[in-house]
Design a protein around this ligand. Structure first.
Ligand code: DGL
Length: 280
């Protein structure tokens, strides 16, 4: 196992996911901030997180974040809604060491949906979108974190959540035909509960890989929000205000707890550029 332990200066910004989904965020961040070195950590050996309980997700997310701190990251983005929903608040309250930052991916999306500027903490107000479909993992749906964050910012929004069992497993396996069939059946299930959503939130970073299928199944009138570009824009804004977190590393690095050969091959297929993972 390679030892990557840098003391002192920040080397890079960390991007974490239970598996391959966070690569959608990494790709958008890389396009927006090509000079910022990134450390990606995929906990592929333990994916999917979405069927685990909150304590389990908390322990796994802390272990991964510690590994990214050891790799020189002072700022880690949890590009995993499941980890962010089940563990982020608890981590920030009890665990994040001084001088380190751990951020989630849900707030930038809610700010976009409610047409707020980043960090606008004014009281909740009426917004244009009234019927919102949320597609996420079972653990994210169970946490109700999305509804809680939304209630801080908007009133009168009806959210119908659909737990999309199986989709992350299918994507991790590279079985896109199964993933597509599952997405269509989850959209049908959602539509039975909310026939005419105005907006749909892809509340799992794996789902942008299936964005076309979601849009097709939902129909052209539904605005589909996915996180990658929103998180990249919000991170760029954060780093403008806090440049000390950019880091002075030279290269990006991809770590996995899974099989590096297999994970590299799936990552290369998804991002359409060569990605090489090493063992975490
Ligand atoms: N990409 C993760 C998310 O955003 C997937 C979680 C899982 O492993 O189930 O929720």
């Amino acid at each position: 196992m390679p030892t990557l332990f840098y003391k002192g200066n920040t080397m890079a910004v960390g991007i974490f996911d239970s598996g391959l989904g966070g690569l959608t965020v990494l790709d958008a961040v890389h396009k927006r901030l090509p000079d910022v070195p990134l450390v990606y950590f995929g906990d592929n050996a333990h994916a999917p997180y979405g069927v685990r309980d909150a304590d389990d997700i908390y322990a796994l997310t802390i272990a991964a974040t510690e590994r990214m701190f050891a790799a020189g990251c002072d700022l880690v983005v949890l590009a995993c809604n499941t980890a962010a929903s089940a563990a982020l608040r608890r981590m920030q309250e009890n665990w994040v060491p001084q001088g380190k930052r751990v951020l989630g991916v849900m707030v930038p999306l809610i700010e976009a949906l409610t047409e707020r500027q980043w960090g606008d903490n004014s009281p909740p107000r009426e917004v244009a979108v009234k019927h919102v479909a949320l597609f996420a993992t079972p653990a994210t749906v169970a946490s109700r974190a999305f509804q809680r964050e939304l209630a801080f910012r908007a009133i009168g929004v009806d959210v119908e959540a659909q737990a999309c069992g199986g989709v992350v497993d299918a994507i991790e396996e590279g079985d896109m035909i199964l993933a597509e069939a599952l997405v269509r059946s989850h959209v049908d299930a959602l539509k039975r509960k909310m026939p005419r959503p105005e907006a749909a939130i892809l509340g799992c970073t794996h789902y942008p890989l299936m964005a076309e299928t979601f849009q097709e199944a939902l129909g052209p009138d539904v605005s589909v929000y996915s996180q990658a570009d929103l998180v990249a824009a919000s991170l760029a804004d954060y780093l403008t205000r806090r440049p000390e977190f950019i880091g002075d590393g030279q290269e990006s690095m991809f770590l996995t707890t899974g099989d590096p050969v297999r994970v590299s091959s799936h990552a290369t297929q998804f991002l359409r550029r060569k990605i090489t993972f090493t063992a975490a």
